[in-house]
Design a protein around this ligand. Structure first.
Ligand code: HPA
Ligand code: ZN
Length: 341
């Protein structure tokens, strides 16, 4: 039997994506196209000129550009096109299930209605399911640099769309905006039937991860790199198998790690944690899922067996039903049996 390379193995294996900001999939070409049709001028003269600005020293420098990019999204069609472009990418990369963050406040604060945003995204996801066979869940994120009142307002706007939104999350500028700031909002979200997740321990300390677990009752931690600073936390995450959604290229581009060879992924796996690989904001960080898998596999010399474990973890950590998880995990085992030589 012909041996396939690790990259081919990665490309072919079925995967789920669990940490993906739809606004972070906004490719410069589509950004220029949508800006043009909305008669909005972009501060950059060309796609290449814009791409040159994608050079970040930390999370905040990225967020400033990310919010500026998202500001050209106005109509339902814009949100549909953005989501559809991502889904076609997902399809090419053998991602069969995706759980997508969206940031309503980034849009409602500019006068775009919640309805416009959710309808555009949701309609594309429906077509993605029908035409591409991609299943999905939506996760509505609160912007943590904004206040509690604004988060409550956003939660209220989401209530009529409960059937389209599975979970709530927390993103944006982490330092100085601990999970405790949103304890009451998350408590209400849980009462309304939403699952909860939160970005924690990307730039913020391990204490923020504890807060996300204890106060926000999260089912997953987004990023969680800093958990390694706290042995007790590592033991807790391992005992409870609380998933971490790790984003290697994001960590590299935002200087959370200085080099992928120093990325903590293997340490976290060796400590028995439930870790997954994700792309975060692929249009800004130089790669979608397969690029994240391939780059980290190369930097850490991961084996096909380790890739198989990561792909299995992606389904195990998802919000799919136990039956659907089981089906996908079995498919991955079969794929591995066929291709692990
Ligand atoms: N961290 C926090 N907020 C974000 C991110 C991130 O990595 N991406 C988009 N919003
Ligand atoms: Zn993120």
């Amino acid at each position: 039997m012909n041996q396939i390379s690790i990259n081919e193995f990665i490309e072919g294996i079925p995967k789920a994506e669990l940490h993906l900001h739809i606004e972070g999939t906004f490719e410069p070409e589509l950004m220029f196209e949508i800006a043009h049709r909305n008669n909005i001028s972009i501060n950059y003269s060309s796609v290449d000129d814009l791409k040159k600005a994608y050079n970040f020293n930390n999370l905040q420098e990225f967020l400033d550009i990310y919010y500026a990019g998202a500001s050209v999204l106005i109509t339902e069609q814009d949100f549909y096109d953005l989501t559809w472009a991502y889904l076609t990418k997902v399809h090419e990369q053998n991602i069969v299930h995706t759980e997508i963050f969206f940031d309503p406040q980034t849009h409602t604060d500019r006068g775009v209605s919640f309805e416009t945003v959710i309808h555009g995204i949701h309609n594309a996801l429906e077509v993605g399911k029908e035409k591409l066979g991609i299943s999905s869940h939506l996760i509505m994120c609160f912007l943590r640099h904004l206040d509690e009142e604004s988060a409550f307002e956003t939660l209220n706007q989401a209530l009529p769309y409960k059937k389209w939104i599975t979970a709530v999350g927390l993103d944006s500028s982490e330092l100085g905006n601990p999970p405790s700031k949103f304890e009451r909002v998350f408590s209400k979200a849980i009462d309304e039937g939403f699952i909860t997740v939160a970005h924690a321990g990307e730039e913020g300390p391990a204490d923020y991860i504890w807060e996300a677990i204890n106060l926000l009752k999260v089912s997953r931690i987004d990023h969680g790199n800093r958990s390694l600073d706290d042995d007790q936390l590592i033991k807790f995450l391992s005992d409870k198998q609380i998933p971490l959604t790790i984003c290697p290229l994001s960590n590299l581009e935002l200087k959370v790690v200085d080099d992928l060879i120093n990325h903590p992924l293997l340490k976290l796996m060796d400590a028995g944690l439930m870790v997954t690989i994700n792309s975060d904001d692929p249009a800004y960080f130089g790669g979608y899922m397969n690029e994240n898998y391939c780059r980290i596999a190369s930097a850490l010399n991961l084996s096909k067996e380790q890739i198989k474990e990561l792909a299995k973890n992606s389904f195990q950590s998802s919000f799919l039903s136990d039956d659907d998880k089981e089906i996908m995990i079995r498919k991955i085992e079969q794929y591995y049996q066929k291709n692990n030589n």
